[in-house]
Write a protein that binds this ligand. Structure first.
Ligand code: AKB
Length: 315
């Protein structure tokens, strides 16, 4: 049985990926790892190891201890934090990837998942229906690190035959775990504020449309990509995947259908400039063709799930 190590298991994607993979493969086969303590469900639901993604020796020690053959590297600084801490962002986002790519090169592991982002695109990229292959001139520290990472993934595949797979995640919406330091974080905050305070001051402008996705779809995409037969994988940098696309105004209107008194105002800050540089809607034809990717959850369904679930947690 193949064992998997999830580095960054206390983060937004890591939390839900560990829970889902444990359901599929059994708790003992999914090793959660982070420098931060995870939520109880992850901590007590199976093995947890403290790992700093910058510590290659420690990663190797845990891999050998559990006889792991697949690693998911989810530890990263997101777009807004990366603008404030560019040196740390570059170090964490790049060195973490290299540590794991090199362990694959040394044949300590067989397969890697590494997340990229729609942040690899920039202002010169076509804003709508953004193709898999297009102009990529990111203007953010995070986007530059993700684009460089994509090139390195493809390089390690071409040069050393490393089976590394990747997705360009859009903004991810979930109720189980909070994001931290991203530009798309508003799309989760808005739900928390709608329930708790009935008002929200949005840090993006009203009509700033961005690509988004409900977390269940993102987790399923990750698992489907990793399970896909190797012959189906034609992209070794990172796949575009598309779910939803909405602006702060559009999501607020959806929420108002359930909470009519909800009031939103707009006070754009530096994150609005980041958002402006990204596409508003992505073309994912290649992922659909290669490994039959298809999103399930639309804006209405997502709003309904988020409000229902968060009411239970927050009220
Ligand atoms: C961010 O906003 O930085 C992330 C992303 C789009 O990768 N959610």
């Amino acid at each position: 049985m193949s064992r998997k190590l999830i580095i960054g298991s206390s983060g937004q994607i890591g939390t839900e990926l560990v829970i889902e993979l444990r359901k599929i493969h059994g708790s003992d086969n999914i090793i959660a790892a982070d420098i931060r303590k995870p939520i109880d469900e992850v901590l007590f639901g199976g093995p947890f190891e403290e790992i700093n993604v910058l510590d290659k020796a420690r990663i190797k020690e845990v891999i050998l201890k559990y006889k792991i053959d697949e690693v998911y590297i989810l530890a990263a600084l997101l777009s807004a934090t990366a603008e404030k801490k560019p040196d740390l962002a570059w170090k964490l986002n790049m060195e973490g990837l290299f540590n794991v790519l090199d362990l694959a090169k040394e044949k300590v592991i067989n397969k890697i998942f590494w997340p990229s982002s729609i942040a690899v695109f920039g202002p010169s990229t076509p804003n709508r229906n953004t193709p898999q292959q297009t102009i990529m001139e990111p203007t953010t520290v995070y986007g530059i690190s993700k684009l460089a990472g994509e090139r390195w993934c493809e390089y390690y595949y071409n040069k050393f035959g490393i089976d590394v797979r990747s997705i360009r995640y859009p903004g991810l919406i979930s109720y189980k775990s909070l994001p931290g330091g991203g530009t798309t974080d508003y799309a989760i905050e808005i739900f928390h504020h709608a329930i708790k305070h009935k008002n929200y001051v949005c840090f993006l402008e009203k009509n700033m449309g961005l690509p988004m996705m409900y977390m269940d779809d993102a987790i399923r995409a990750t698992i489907e990509l990793m399970n896909a037969d190797v012959s189906k994988i034609s992209v070794r940098c990172s796949y575009n995947i598309s779910g939803l696309s909405f602006s702060p105004f559009e999501i607020a209107e959806q929420i108002k259908k359930v909470i009519p008194e909800f009031d939103v105002s707009y006070n754009p800050d530096f994150r609005n400039e980041i958002a402006k540089s990204w596409p508003s809607q992505i073309n994912d034809q290649v992922a659909r063709k290669d490994w039959r990717w298809k999103p399930n959850v639309d804006l209405e369904q997502m709003t309904e799930i988020m409000l229902k679930q968060l009411k239970v947690v927050l009220v």
